[in-house]
Design a protein around this ligand. Sequence first.
Ligand code: NAP
Length: 253
Amino acid sequence: MKILILGGTREARELAAIASGERGFDIVSSLAGRVREPMLPVGAVRVGGFGGADGLREWLADNGIDAIVDATHPFAGGMTANAAQAAADAGLPVLHVRRPGWREEAGDRWIRVPDVSAAAEAVAGLGDRVFLTIGRQGVAAFAESAQWFLIRAIDPPDGAMPVRYELLLARGPFSVEDETALLADRRIEVMVTKDSGGALTEAKLTAARALGVPVLMIDRPPLPAGARRVETVAAAWEWLRQAGSGQSAGRVE
Ligand code: NAP
């Protein structure tokens, strides 16, 4: 059974590692090609966009794909929508792997906003020193902001930047101790983050709670209507195994 895993996440790499070692599964992982030195999954990897839902549908047919696992980041809404559309057009099963979002705890001071532009509007009244930890995409939405920004990303953002900022290039995981020290050292008054979920980058929220720093939490884009979703790699692997046994019995759901 030939599977396309849409990746760029730890979950995608873990699933590729499990499934590549199993008989009967031929895995191709796909990366967008945004990060200069990506962490590569084991097995076959292709890099770069497909050319929208139509391009993806053609690629699926050309490569004899039997099922798709969309294990992209919760904020990769465009790729997720294209995967759902192309799979529907091609009559292929698709599963979306989405780790749970973060949960607010006692002591947290979160303000939820629907998207990056709403965060850029809301941040104005919340403090002069902002920790912007949303990755390299979306930073341009803050270009008109008058505040000072600590911007952390794996690679430098390529769009417009705020007038006053420091760029910190770093890849998680980060410890609570280091995050607390960073917030204190840069005298951060407000944090802006996406609700990515997961343990790898959660320490910043613990640090914000401890220091009483408010957090502008950007909500995830919704999954396509009717999308089949699981939260864990184990559940995704179970779905793949069932799809595999269904296919060997002549049916894939
Ligand atoms: P996006 O806005 O949903 O995708 C924009 C376009 O990039 C897609 O239409 C597709 O181009 C291409 N693309 C995205 N993911 C791809 C993949 N895995 N393989 C091949 N093409 C892909 O996505 P994004 O937010 O830019 O994220 C890009 C990648 O970075 C994803 O793989 C995601 O898992 C990873 N990532 C994103 C974030 C984040 O905060 N957004 C954080 C960590 C990792 P075509 O239309 O030409 O096919």
